[in-house]
Design a protein around this ligand. Structure first.
Ligand code: CO
Length: 408
């Protein structure tokens, strides 16, 4: 941890060719943290009180000494969970997953149509949408495939970075549907995006009427293009893919549409040869983000183990930490706020004696659901599934302080 940031600073402040260097690093599968090439950067003044500072600016930037970036991988990019503080992911570092790139949409020309089994079909401009009462909620989002890409390999970012948590502002979809007048016999909605894939997913009407948002705000400003500008559907607690971005059409129907993303993709093939379909909720999951793979402890002594826990079914009630590979578990402190369907930050005071140890975390949500060991998960689901991975993650701390991914 301590050697990482200074390397990172040197690397990221190289100035010339910064973008190219980042892209090269990403293509080589490296986080900026891992970049080993120190580069010259202009030093900060020895005494900042002796120098007139920079002028105010129109749109903020973080300190040039902060270097954590997403790892772009074609149609997705991974949040640097190891560098996050608190529970909110900055919009600039929120993970991405696109199926046909990020569309360029003029909000003045965007329309959202509500139609199908409704009494009064609606075609809403963004101005129309913003006249409805708004709600603001903090929710995590996790790609259904998170944890599979590099099962047992890499840093917490590389292995688990397809998750983020943000403050979302928008309109309750249920309110708009009630205005449109849902007809008897309707039981699902189908939402369609404005991207070149026309991402389409079916959502049960009960969920749509309950807590689904038409979100146009994220972390206090307009939602970013990568997250669905000017408006996305946000389906709390469910696999990320169903929160259709750039939403342009919601059709009220009486059956799921069996789209590509709910038949050939986002289904879970079981050992019986049958596939689970419409597995929406994201299971309870936790990750120790410090210490985690790629970081290095600077010798024995006190450390605060810190991490994130979440559940698609509600609030986190408990996080336990093991510092002996799962033989014994102790309760971690939950840092407020502890919100339903949001990240909960946990902390655990730990004194490292310098020996080789395996660190693990295990969370339990308000329904008593918890995380299985990997073997139990594989036993239950076989080897052909690609989604809903929530096994306990292990990090091995070696005697030299180097931390590595120890998931079998
Ligand atoms: Co699923």
């Amino acid at each position: 941890m301590k050697s990482g940031p200074s390397n990172r600073r040197r690397f990221l402040k190289s100035g010339v060719g910064l973008g190219a260097a980042l892209v090269a690093g990403a293509e080589a599968g490296l986080a900026a943290d891992d970049a080993k090439t120190p580069a010259v950067q202009p030093p900060a003044p020895d005494d900042p009180t002796k120098v007139q500072g920079r002028r105010a600016s129109a749109y903020g930037e973080r300190s040039r000494f902060e270097g954590a970036v997403r790892i772009p991988q074609g149609q997705s990019s991974l949040t640097p969970l190891q560098a996050m503080t608190g529970i909110i992911t900055p919009s600039s570092l929120h993970f991405e997953r696109h199926h046909a790139g990020v569309p360029d949409i003029d909000p003045r020309r965007h329309r959202l149509m509500i139609h199908g089994m409704v009494d009064r079909p609606l075609v809403l401009t963004m101005d129309d949408l913003k006249r409805y009462p708004s709600v603001t909620r903090i929710y995590f989002m996790e790609c259904s495939g998170n944890g599979f890409r590099k099962r047992g390999e890499g840093t917490v970012q590389e292995a688990h970075g397809l998750t983020s948590c943000a403050e979302w502002t928008g309109v309750n979809l249920g309110l708009v549907l009630r205005e449109a007048g849902v007809q008897a016999g309707a039981s699902w909605i189908v939402a369609e995006g404005s991207d070149a894939a026309k991402m389409t997913r079916s959502v049960p009407l009960a969920k749509a009427m309950n807590d689904v948002l038409l979100a146009y705000g994220q972390n206090g400003e307009a939602i970013r293009p990568e997250q669905g500008y000017p408006v996305r559907m946000f389906v709390p607690g469910w696999e990320g893919n169903i929160s259709v971005k750039w939403v342009r059409r919601i059709k009220v129907v009486d059956a799921p549409y069996q789209t590509r993303e709910e038949t050939s993709k986002y289904t879970d093939l079981m050992p019986t040869g049958k596939a689970r379909q419409f597995t929406f909720e994201m299971d309870p999951k936790s990750l120790i983000t410090f210490p985690s793979a790629g970081q290095k402890l600077q010798g024995p002594g006190f450390y605060e183990i810190s991490g994130l826990a979440w559940s698609g079914r509600g609030a986190i009630r408990r996080v336990e930490v093991s510092t002996d590979g799962g033989r014994t578990w102790k309760d971690a402190a939950l840092q407020s706020p502890v919100l339903p369907i949001a990240y909960t930050r946990f902390r655990y005071a730990w004194k490292w004696d310098g020996s080789e140890v395996v660190l693990q975390s295990r969370c339990t949500d308000e329904h008593g659901d918890t995380q299985p060991p990997l073997e139990a998960l594989v036993k239950a689901r076989g080897e052909n599934w690609n989604y809903h991975f929530n096994a306990i993650q292990s990090w091995k701390v070696n005697k030299d302080g180097n931390v590595e991914n120890a998931l079998a």
